[in-house]
Design a protein around this ligand. Structure first.
Ligand SMILES: *Cc1c(COP(=O)(O)O)cnc(C)c1O
Length: 392
């Protein structure tokens, strides 16, 4: 029987075949840079930690198993993973990318990849026809689904049909759903990207990134590039991510349960103009999500009636922290305009619907009643203050 994903977060099948590491239940941290050779021309398989490290390798096997890939590669951050990924392309290559991508990816594409001669078309993969943008130079399609922060959903299988037809590489940043809820390789993607900083590690205490594939030609290129450029994850951070992944299942379920409750509460607030959560049946991507994912996740975006209201919420929250990042046990609230998407040109930001009254919530695993109670207080205080100001 194929094991279920919660179990795969905790147990790696191949480790059960022999008695290793004195039976240690927690995988040991091999805090070493180099390895002694058994003799001239004889290697244990481990020569230098930029190339191979047992703790990092163990983590890579776990992540490959969760994404149903053959190979995973662990990096010092999500951006380190995406930077290395861009080394697959050469000057003159063209990439079609979703327009509402993570801000850091857009900054990389426009300021670093562009300088190296790679060109990009940013499109709304849900509304626009991808085929119209393919040229003879097009090499890849890069998507996130749901997107950050507007939660636009793309049908991965439908895009995979196009990439297969034109022989393009389909890259999916799966950070928002985590492998617990969505597996793009099963839907036809060639490469999955993760910021392991988010749900995989899950505790806002380490940075990490991953590339996962089941294509041997791509895995071989990644292995060479990592060895050559050196952005691999350290042994200790690998261990932290391994520890985080063990509870991925329960964390994802609880974040989602809380997110659904908060989305319904927000919908009832007069000052909230719009709640964007893929788990609401009125969301334009709801049916696609039901088809391609096993859940809706713990991320939601909402729009207030005014910029003042949004800024006041950020100032007043106490337990909920006003901070960048997402996917941890703590609930965080962000302001995409000046934080994650500050480097995205204003016209792209506005075209995507990110306004100055847009807030994004990464719902943690606290008790939902406590989260709603805090939001209630913050909303009440703000309403009182703003109406007082209007009168005076
Ligand atoms: C955070 C994030 C990244 C970048 O990852 P880092 O670990 O912060 O470098 C990439 N994609 C998405 C969707 C993210 O949320």
């Amino acid at each position: 029987m194929e094991r279920k994903i919660e179990t795969k977060c905790i147990h790696l099948l191949e480790d059960e075949e022999e008695y290793i590491h004195y039976g240690a239940i927690s995988y040991p941290i091999y805090q070493t840079a180099t390895y002694a050779h058994l003799g001239v021309g004889k290697s244990s398989g481990y020569d230098y930690s930029r190339l191979q490290n047992p703790t990092k390798e163990h983590l890579e096997k776990v992540v490959a198993s969760l994404e149903n890939g053959t190979d995973a590669f662990a990096f010092s951050s999500g951006m380190a993973a995406i930077s290395l990924l861009m080394e697959l392309f050469k000057p003159g290559d063209h990439i079609i990318a979703e327009s509402d991508l993570y801000g850091g990816s857009i900054r990389l594409f426009h300021n670093v990849s562009a300088k190296n001669g790679i060109t990009f078309s940013h499109i709304d993969c849900f509304k626009e026809n991808i085929g119209d943008f393919i040229t003879p130079a097009t090499k890849a399609i890069y998507i996130e689904t749901p997107t950050n922060p507007m939660m636009n959903v793309t049908d991965i299988s439908a895009v995979a049909e196009i990439t297969r037809k034109y022989n393009l590489i389909l890259i999916v940043d799966n950070t928002f759903m985590s492998p617990y809820f969505q597996n793009p390789l099963d839907l036809g993607a060639d490469i999955v990207v993760h910021s392991g900083t988010k749900y995989l590690s899950g505790h806002n205490d380490t940075l990490a990134g991953f590339l996962v594939t089941k294509r041997a030609d791509i895995a071989e290129k990644f292995a060479f590039l990592i060895k050559t450029t050196g952005a691999g994850l350290s042994p200790f951070d690998s261990w932290l991510v391994l520890r985080g992944i063990k509870t991925l299942g329960v964390r994802m379920e609880k974040s989602q349960e809380n997110a659904i409750k908060i989305a319904h509460w927000l919908k009832k607030q007069k000052v909230v103009k719009k709640v964007i959560y893929t788990g609401l049946p009125e969301h334009s991507g709801y049916e696609i999500m039901k088809k391609q994912a096993r859940g809706f996740g713990g991320m939601l975006t909402f729009q207030l009636e005014s910029k003042e209201f949004a800024l006041s919420i950020l100032k007043k929250v106490r337990m909920i922290k006003f901070a960048e990042s997402l996917g941890g046990v703590e609930t965080l609230i962000t302001y995409p305009t000046t934080q994650t998407h500050a480097d995205v040109p204003q016209e792209i930001r506005e075209k995507n619907g990110i306004t100055e009254s847009t807030l994004r919530l990464s719902v943690g695993i606290e008790n939902a009643d406590d989260l709603i109670y805090e939001l209630e207080k913050v909303f009440e205080e703000t309403e009182r203050e703003l109406s007082g100001r209007k009168k005076s």
